[in-house]
Design a protein around this ligand. Structure first.
Ligand code: IMP
Length: 177
């Protein structure tokens, strides 16, 4: 079933049940890898809200969840756009941190966030992303957990938006070709 948001036509791409199965699998992997540890999950708003909510339902070790945002502000002409984490109200010193992302496109934002977290004296920083676009694969970001590897098409639903719309959809859609 297709649908339209503003001028774009979308078609169903990954069904709700496929997403749910994958999210459970990813959570089980984290359960295995983090036995006897107590990580802090940092879902990145807004896109990761639905993914994080579902993921956490299957996570069993004691852990904290703290939603953060990435702000961008104009830096000096020489540094260009600087991105930084906002809303971090936990001390992450000596903590095992797991960043929860909706989708990795260029991975540039993520690269900066990982560096920022490492500079806070974290014990470890890993990334879980529901989707990763093919362009990101060549980049030097180590993403430990990936739900779906996709091509470079635009997707929405399950937290992902197009101009603010579509985050509430439980299936994932892609632009019609
Ligand atoms: P990156 O820094 O280029 O990796 O950008 C990643 C961010 O861009 C994601 O967290 C999303 O918010 C947004 N984004 C990238 N691709 C898409 C897409 O296909 N649909 C919706 N949002 C996207």
């Amino acid at each position: 079933m297709g649908m339209r948001i503003k001028e774009l036509e979308f078609e169903k791409f990954i069904t709700k049940s496929t997403v749910q199965r994958k999210v459970k699998l990813l959570a089980e992997q984290i359960n295995e890898d983090y036995t006897d540890r107590s990580p802090v999950f940092l879902p990145i708003l807004n896109g990761a809200f639905m993914f994080a909510a579902d993921l956490m339902k299957t996570i069993r070790m004691p852990c904290k969840v703290s939603f953060v945002k990435v702000s961008s502000y104009a830096g000096t002409a020489s540094t260009g756009q600087l991105k930084t984490l906002v809303g971090l109200d936990e001390s992450l010193f000596n903590q095992d941190v797991i960043i929860v992302e909706d989708i990795i496109d260029t991975g540039l934002t993520l690269q900066k966030i990982v560096l920022e977290l490492q500079s806070l004296g974290t014990k470890s920083v890993e990334v879980i992303a529901l989707l990763r676009k093919s362009g990101a694969r060549e980049k030097k970001i180590d993403v430990k957990y990936v739900g779906f590897e996709i091509e470079n098409e635009f997707v929405l639903g399950y937290g992902l938006d197009y101009e603010g719309y579509g985050r509430n959809l439980t299936d994932i859609y892609q632009t019609k070709t």
